[in-house]
Design a protein around this ligand. Structure first.
Ligand SMILES: C[S@@+](CC[C@H](N)C(=O)[O-])C[C@H]1O[C@@H](n2cnc3c(N)ncnc32)[C@H](O)[C@@H]1O
Length: 332
């Protein structure tokens, strides 16, 4: 394309190259019609950007979760939204999801694997209605460590109003995604969150360990180029003996929910993680609960791990008193 028509940040797309060949042949009326079409498209693109800024969750959560940026001109972060964990896609870079026009309040991704033939509870519409409170429901339970808890799920007879489906209803509190000059985007409370309140699942693609290692290597290389942050989390579920019994790799980098914006804090932050097992689901889900009362506007954080054990990370800007200055790197 003739450099005359190319603005400094314009990529030479096939469309622009064709335009350069075709436009010089047009009558004035045709040229002006093309010009007004471009203005209309520009208006539509601006409106879509505005809608995207207003809700990171694409209407897939109960409350809109806006992006707030007062530090630079990045309007929002682009990723595909899934409210719960989902099977890995062959090529997540090619996957698309409409965002910013007519609402499509339905996740397009396949939920995590189910246990075939499993049976859940046979409680009426709400567990506990049959007497005995939630304690009477066979799905209810919490291990002594408090790190794993059980809930009703796909194989249960109870309905969505059951009180033992706390984490299955998606993000349950008002949140916002706020830009920080050094940490990038971060998740903040947009209202007071009481201690013990369920906040969000860590949703993303479920990967095999081989695929997790492959992707982590690719992400590390991209991160060397600067301005790329990945969100691949490895969860290790331990037996009481302390031996690893299961590892779950959740990648929220391309497909995930707003928990992908939760930054690290060396003091452990204000969120605790709990593995929730739902009757009928093969894999547990990693869920965040408030570990203390959280004030409106406060950033939500948790500990990514101990950076003394994995000292290869980039600088940490958590600002907490015991900050070690290094972000724990994910060990895949
Ligand atoms: C799961 S993402 C969190 C969201 C991320 N800030 C973003 O903009 O998408 C993890 C990345 O966030 C950044 N990050 C998280 N906690 C940080 C901290 N305490 N200090 C500096 N950077 C942090 C790092 O780039 C890290 O790789």
């Amino acid at each position: 394309m003739g450099k005359r028509y190319q603005s400094s940040n314009q990529q030479e797309s096939p469309l622009v190259r064709c335009a350069d060949l075709i436009l010089p042949w047009l009558h004035p009326i045709e040229l002006s019609s093309i010009s007004s079409t471009c203005k209309a498209l520009n208006d539509i693109a601006r409106a879509i950007t505005g809608t995207r800024i207003s809700d990171a969750s694409r209407l897939l959560e109960s409350f809109a979760i806006p992006f707030i940026n007062t530090v630079d001109n990045t309007p929002y972060a682009y990723f595909l939204y899934t409210p719960t964990h989902t099977l890995a896609l062959q090529d997540p870079l090619q996957a698309r999801q409409p965002w910013g026009s007519e609402p499509s309040a339905r996740s397009a991704f396949e939920p995590g694997p189910a246990v075939e033939g499993s049976c859940g509870c046979e409680c009426p519409e709400r567990c506990g209605d049959g007497g005995g409170g939630l304690l009477g429901c066979p799905c209810w339970g919490r291990l002594d460590s408090g790190e794993v808890t059980r809930e009703c799920g796909p194989s249960c007879g109870c309905g969505s109003g059951c009180g033992n489906r706390v984490t299955l209803k998606g993000v349950s509190v008002k949140l916002k995604v706020v830009r920080d000059r050094r940490k990038g985007w971060g998740l903040h409370a947009d209202d007071f969150i009481p201690c013990g309140q369920f906040v969000s699942e860590y949703a993303g693609e479920l990967l095999t360990t081989k695929e997790a290692r492959r992707r982590q290597q690719a992400y590390d290389e991209l991160a060397l180029g600067g301005r790329f942050s990945s969100a691949l989390l490895v969860v290790r579920e331990h037996l009481p003996s302390g031996n690893i019994c299961m590892r779950i790799n959740i990648d929220a980098t391309r497909i995930g929910n707003v928990a992908r914006f939760i930054n690290h804090s060396c003091d452990g932050g204000n969120l605790s993680t709990v593995l929730v097992r739902n009757s009928g689901s093969l894999l547990p889900r990693l869920c965040f609960f408030a570990s203390r009362d959280i004030e409106e506007d406060e950033e939500l954080t948790f500990s990514y791990g101990d950076s003394r054990l994995r000292p290869k990370g980039s600088p940490c800007f958590c600002g907490s008193y015991p900050c070690l200055g290094i972000l724990p790197s994910e060990y895949t």
